[in-house]
Design a protein around this ligand. Structure first.
Ligand SMILES: [Zn+2]
Length: 262
């Protein structure tokens, strides 16, 4: 049952207090962070800053945001308006889980996506686009200190995995040659080097794994990756419309990234 199915939304509405449903709790917690542009006690409306240029206007029973448009249930803006009008106490909302549950349909929740940092969202958008455009590829190597990637891992979007060849590909060909030279081994490609490195200099792989993390998308996201891309697209209008395969190695990023073709 999807987050936006009629049945699911009805099951929320049918609760004694729909505001106690976890889906609504997420919105209430995010409501504390909404930026108010204007507020009128008289007309019971408020205007909020959106993630892009657009702002959202909420009344007590409607809002111009996408979340309200899709669900027809109170969004974070409506909750914030209620709070400002003294009709709902956002400070009394219990704190819930902080990490995102793994089932794919729960990951496509605009509220959960929007609770990621702007940097992590941008990285997610770039990766999802690559994943779709470059169909066979679902693996990337990042520096372990990359905060956005850490966020995407803890959010359940990306997962760490092991592949010695892919990890070692970050090392320059000349370095690999230098490492294997004392053993009398000549290599023509990085791929050639992997078994020798594992045999003769396993410390090199250990070192690489300490510095870099190899990640891939949680496979359960595959069916909704198009939805995620379409949802994030308006937030990052600066991205090039089309990406050529060769450009994927050079996508403007907040961090260094390597894509692999399987
Ligand atoms: Zn709204």
């Amino acid at each position: 049952m999807g987050k936006y199915s009629k049945d699911h939304l009805e099951s929320i509405l049918n609760m004694d207090d729909p505001n106690e449903h976890e889906d609504q709790r997420v919105r209430q917690r995010n409501a504390r962070k909404c930026e108010i542009i204007s507020f009128s006690e008289e007309t019971q409306t408020a205007e909020f800053k959106g993630s892009g240029e657009k702002s959202y206007v909420a009344t007590l029973d409607s809002c111009t945001c996408q979340d309200f448009g899709m669900r027809g249930l109170p969004c974070k803006h409506i909750y914030r308006l209620m709070h400002e009008l003294g009709r709902f106490d956002l400070n009394a909302v219990p704190e819930g889980r902080t990490s995102v549950p793994t089932p794919a349909r729960e990951l496509f929740d605009p509220e959960i996506l929007n609770s990621l940092s702007q940097g992590a969202l941008k990285e997610l958008y770039a990766l999802v686009r690559e994943w779709i455009a470059w169909a066979s590829s679902n693996s990337w190597l990042f520096s372990r200190s990359n905060a956005e990637v850490k966020e995407l891992i803890s959010g359940g979007f990306l997962e760490e995995f092991e592949d010695a060849g892919k990890s070692l590909s970050i090392i320059e060909m000349s370095e690999l040659r230098k490492t294997l030279n004392p053993y009398g081994i000549k290599i023509r490609s990085k791929r050639d080097a992997t078994p020798h490195i594992l045999n003769l200099a396993p410390g090199v792989l250990e070192h690489t794994k300490r510095e870099y993390v190899l990640v891939r998308f949680n496979e359960s996201i595959r069916p909704i990756r198009g939805q995620i891309r379409n949802f994030l697209k308006p937030q990052f209008p600066d991205f090039p419309e089309e990406m050529e395969t060769t450009d994927m190695w050079h996508v403007t990023r907040t961090s260094t990234l390597r894509g692999f073709k399987d």
